[in-house]
Design a protein around this ligand. Structure first.
Ligand SMILES: [Zn+2]
Ligand SMILES: [Zn+2]
Length: 151
């Protein structure tokens, strides 16, 4: 998918830096940390560290990417699977955006790779939802990724 289209669908303003960061995450096959993103963008001298940090926060805030808590409290970033273009015209946009993050993450204990498992979602008992306002969900699965499991 063209990166620009993601911004257009979301009705959000794109900048060169936003497109560049989203491009790195689109091409990655697992979640990336700040330093991994900086490393991949090191050839693009026009974007400094602070700009890239701000862009990551902005993209997270607008649900184009999501944060995953990694080892040693370092965040990792991953592209959101669903896009704004999938929002039905009369559906609850807030609910849709909240659902984007309700999935599990597989953390490889050997190489540290983090992968989204979108098929695994929590099923909340109705009584719980009636009493709690769920703000965020973090389901972490530890194991070996396919590379480490079959070297
Ligand atoms: Zn691994
Ligand atoms: Zn994820």
């Amino acid at each position: 998918m063209k990166i620009q289209q993601i911004f257009t669908d979301a009705g959000l303003r794109s900048t060169k830096a936003r497109i560049a960061v989203l491009n790195v995450l689109t091409n990655a096959n697992s979640a990336l940390s700040h330093s991994e993103i900086l490393e991949q963008m090191s050839s693009q001298k026009e974007f400094d560290r602070v700009t890239i940090y701000r862009v990551l926060d902005w993209l997270t805030e607008h649900h184009l990417i999501h944060k995953i808590s990694g080892e040693n409290r370092a965040w990792k970033f991953q592209l959101s699977q669903s896009s704004y273009s999938q929002i039905e015209p009369d559906s609850d946009k807030k609910q849709f955006l909240a659902n984007l993050h309700q999935h599990a993450h597989l953390h490889c204990t050997s190489c540290g790779k983090v992968t989204c498992i979108h098929e695994l979602k929590p099923q909340f008992p109705k009584q719980v939802l009636a009493q709690y306002h769920v703000e965020s969900i973090d389901i972490n699965i530890k194991g070996l990724c396919s590379d480490c499991n079959h070297p």
